[in-house]
Design a protein around this ligand. Structure first.
Ligand code: PLP
Length: 409
């Protein structure tokens, strides 16, 4: 058997663009937590936006039925017609826009929509506005595909976080072509008001922008209903929606989502499907049809479970010395301000603080820096806790330990 020589010896020249490829640094936190758990320490995994809640049984059954019925072949590149139609119907109803099946390109998850949107619409050197803090893949792929990543931010107000609209408007230049809007927002849980969406729509019209509406958490909310930028006049023609089954139906590992938008862009995205993965897994798409058209009680139960976890987690964090935690109505994340706690421990940097907490309490979470580099002038410190992957009792135990640790100072 041949042994591979060490990488350095082969002088392998990787493509130059690889230098610009980022990652989700949260996976490194995951590895660290797993290594600690392997040494026998109790670890509380608040770092990853995954759910420890089972997928609703009617969806699982639909997948099994499809498997047994032989839905194991290739299928149309754009997705099976039944799923495209179900998605078009569902999103038309919730967004007040008339989408047809032709406006839908099924994807293996929501994440692929980000890269395909950029490949379809971004030219080299184009400026793309993206949220920072925000999902790290935006910046990574904008840069990887040769664009200029231009951050805008969210600011902490008396009732949680709000998009810094002034900052967003002032970041627009002649070269700005695209906007990535993640409403409802990971990591802050912020949600744009109707008035803010109006102002964003105005900027989009005025500057002739195209928008990726990352709506991964559109249905992860505890009261009221979500609004989308696409509902505003003139926006459906300019927006591509990132839709995912991952969060709403606890289907993160199934890998099923869709790009929904104007026909011209969707046609290109379907051609990218042909070039990249041919199609999304055939039998999984039938499970998606059941998720959308079948009994919705599973999705409602998921929200109720998450609500209890949110309330427990937020109450403990907000009563922890040096920590200020608002209770967002959306997503399954908390993004408390920990500036005082960090200084109280004598830490001056995020990693030092995160590692001390992990080592002393087993609580593993992300810091603000897992959602992009700190912006100029930023002086407050934040952590992100995902409460979707732990049972209530584990949340109480883990955050209880964190509270005791910070009380000791
Ligand atoms: N967008 C945001 C803001 C996310 O937080 C995530 C996952 O955490 C995704 C997109 C992608 O999710 P998926 O690929 O599982 O649909």
């Amino acid at each position: 058997m041949t042994t591979l020589p060490p990488a350095a010896a082969t002088q392998l020249a990787l493509a130059e663009r690889v230098e610009r490829l980022g990652t989700e640094t949260v996976f490194a936190v995951s590895e660290e937590a797993t290594a600690l758990a392997a040494q026998g320490q109790r670890v509380y995994p608040f770092h990853l936006g995954d759910l420890n809640i089972p997928t609703p049984p009617n969806i699982v059954e639909a997948a099994l039925r499809a498997l047994r019925a032989g839905k194991t072949t290739y299928c149309p590149n754009a997705g099976i017609p039944e799923l495209r139609e179900a998605l078009a119907e569902d999103v038309s109803r919730t967004h007040g826009v008339n989408y047809a099946a032709a406006n839908v390109a099924v994807q293996p998850g929501g994440k692929p929509v980000i890269g395909k949107f950029l490949l379809a619409l971004m030219n080299r050197g184009d400026e793309v506005l993206y949220p920072n803090p925000g999902f790290p893949i935006y910046e990574s792929l904008i840069r990887f595909f040769g664009g200029q990543a231009v951050p805008y931010t969210y600011v902490e107000g008396p009732n949680g976080f709000v998009l810094d609209l002034e900052g967003l408007a002032s970041a627009i230049t002649q070269k700005t072509r695209l906007l990535i809007l993640n409403d409802l927002h990971n990591p802050t849980g912020a949600e744009c008001s109707a008035a803010e969406l109006e102002q964003i729509a105005e900027l989009v019209r005025q500057h002739n922008l195209y928008v990726l509406c990352d709506e991964a958490y559109f249905d992860v909310r505890y009261s009221g209903s979500s609004r989308s930028l696409v509902s505003l006049p003139g926006m459906a023609e300019r927006c591509v929606i990132l839709y995912t089954f991952s969060k709403k139906y606890a289907m993160t590992g199934w890998r099923l989502g869709a790009a929904i938008g104007p026909r011209e862009v969707i046609d290109v995205i379907v051609r990218l499907n042909v070039n990249i993965e041919s199609c999304s897994t055939h039998f999984i798409q039938w499970a998606g049809v059941e998720a959308l058209r079948g009994d919705q009680s599973g999705a409602r139960q998921i929200i109720e479970v998450l609500r209890k976890r949110r309330d427990v987690a937020a109450a403990i964090l907000d009563s922890t010395p040096g920590v200020r935690c608002s209770v967002p109505n959306t997503t399954f994340y908390l993004y408390p301000n920990v500036t005082e706690a960090l200084h109280g421990l004598g830490s001056t940097d995020y990693e030092d603080f995160r590692r001390a907490i992990l080592k002393q309490t087993g609580v593993s979470m992300c810091t603000r820096l897992h959602f992009g580099p700190a912006l100029e002038g930023e002086q407050q410190y934040y952590l992100r806790f995902a409460y979707s992957g732990l049972h209530t009792q584990e949340i109480e135990e883990g955050l209880g330990r964190l509270k005791e640790f910070l009380e000791r100072g």
